[in-house]
Design a protein around this ligand. Structure first.
Ligand SMILES: Cc1ncc(COP(=O)(O)O)c(C=O)c1O
Length: 415
């Protein structure tokens, strides 16, 4: 028997369970304190959080499988889709449960589009920095993944795509930005390669999608990356990342509503009647839809810009602080608020990033270890901890041992 916990003979009273749970949770990672940098995007906005709890509670038991049964959910989902299309200039969109599902849906759509033109063994071109969800989607959907090397700046290289493109390529993938270095790939050049070959180009903006439009509006320089770029045919952007909703909501978008139709599933050979759905899930929880709608509607452009300003302030403080410490530097030149920092090759000070991370761990920080350095993803609440972080990092760089050889794992360390 796996695990060891048996199905209980008797139930546990609520008060006893809640007391034990809160005691246990007190030892979990305290992301509200600003010392964690992955997996949670903390808006540090108590009013927004209270609103999300309230709306989530209201729709906790509803099922969005057939939204026509639940009219309020149907309206909210329709409005989220419409707001996303407006924000990004898409022609059609659907919700999904997260970035990975959005990516799966975009790959499936592209695979079926390729099959429709007679390509039975399609390839997908992506750079090494593309999220592993593409590798996962290719494995599940029987698409051949071809990984291309990135340039020294961490960005995808258009010439590599041009060399690899062919009539059997179903989808060309770029990131805006990629997770490991936070850099935006040269979308216009690579989308042009895809368009020139008559194939599709997906921008993975799961991470940056709901920050970049506001980043641009607050005056930050953002290279072209969305549907304003010719040749971009689909895009993924997660509301549960910089859209500041809790987990379970992403948007997958298409320039062409007809292409989107390839994502829609209809089945009428079942005794239960016609079964139709737009994403891979069947039963879908109502709470994430309700909370995503409430978050977007409550914040609007003005609210997202306010939060973007705080993220920008945190980014500037962290970046200048890190670059001011002899021995380390920010890798590449990230456009956004996500980046890696590692050893500075031009410095005479030698550092061991795992050793530095061990010291930071001991001081209560929770950095993610990547293969070339340590990873930071900044949320609005990080602006207030920047000075403490830089002081602790400076001390850690000055005095650390060698790393303990732990495996570098996305989102944290393995115990
Ligand atoms: C660039 C990028 N794409 C896709 C994903 C996958 O998103 P999810 O974990 O919601 O499935 C992530 C997650 O961090 C990401 O950073």
């Amino acid at each position: 028997m796996a695990g060891g916990t048996v199905f209980p003979e008797q139930g546990t009273p609520r008060s006893q369970m809640m007391a034990a749970l809160s005691e246990e949770r007190d030892h979990d990672l305290d992301w509200r304190g600003g010392k964690a940098f992955s997996l949670v995007y903390h808006p540090d906005d108590p009013e927004l959080e209270a609103l999300q709890h309230e709306v989530a509670d209201m729709f906790l038991h509803e099922n969005a499988l057939n939204p026509f049964r639940y009219r309020t959910l149907l309206r909210m989902e329709g409005e989220i889709i419409s707001m996303a299309c407006d924000l990004f200039g898409a022609g059609a969109a659907s919700l999904s449960s997260g970035g990975t599902e959005s990516i799966f849906l975009a790959v499936q759509t592209a695979r079926d589009e390729a099959r429709a033109r007679g390509v039975m063994q399609p390839r997908l071109l992506a750079s090494r920095t593309a999220h592993p969800a593409f590798a996962k989607a290719c494995k599940y959907l029987d698409v051949q993944l071809e990984i291309l090397e990135v340039g020294d700046d961490g960005r995808a290289v258009p010439a590599h795509y041009a060399a690899a493109i062919g009539p059997d390529v179903a989808l060309v993938v770029v990131s805006a930005p990629c997770y490991p270095y936070g850099v935006i790939d040269p979308v216009p050049e690579i989308a042009a390669v895809a368009a020139g070959a008559g194939t599709l180009c997906h921008v993975d903006a799961c991470l940056g999608g709901y920050l970049l439009p506001f980043w641009e509006r607050i005056g930050r320089e953002v290279p072209p990356w969305d549907f304003r770029v010719e040749g971009v045919t689909s895009m993924s952007a997660d509301v549960h990342k910089y859209g500041y909703c809790f987990k379970g909501v992403s948007t997958v978008m298409y320039r062409d509503p007809e292409l989107y139709q390839r994502q829609v599933f209809m089945y009428d050979s079942w005794p239960g009647g016609l079964y139709a759905s737009a994403s891979s899930a069947g039963t879908r929880p109502g709470s994430p839809i309700a909370a995503a709608w409430a978050t977007m509607t409550h914040l609007g452009h003005e609210g997202y810009e306010r939060l973007a300003r705080r993220v920008a302030a945190a980014t500037d403080a962290f970046r200048s602080g890190i670059d001011g410490i002899e021995g380390v530097r920010v890798t590449s030149d990230p456009e956004m608020s996500v980046f890696e920092f590692g050893p500075d090759p031009d410095s005479e000070v030698t550092v061991d990033m795992d050793g530095i991370c061990d010291v930071m761990d001991a001081r209560g920080w929770n950095l993610d270890r990547q293969n070339g350095g340590l990873h930071l993803m900044l949320s609005p609440g990080h602006d207030v901890v920047a000075a403490d972080f830089v002081a602790d990092l400076s001390a850690a760089v000055a005095d650390h041992g060698s790393g303990d050889g732990r495996t570098h794992v996305y989102g944290g360390v393995v115990d």
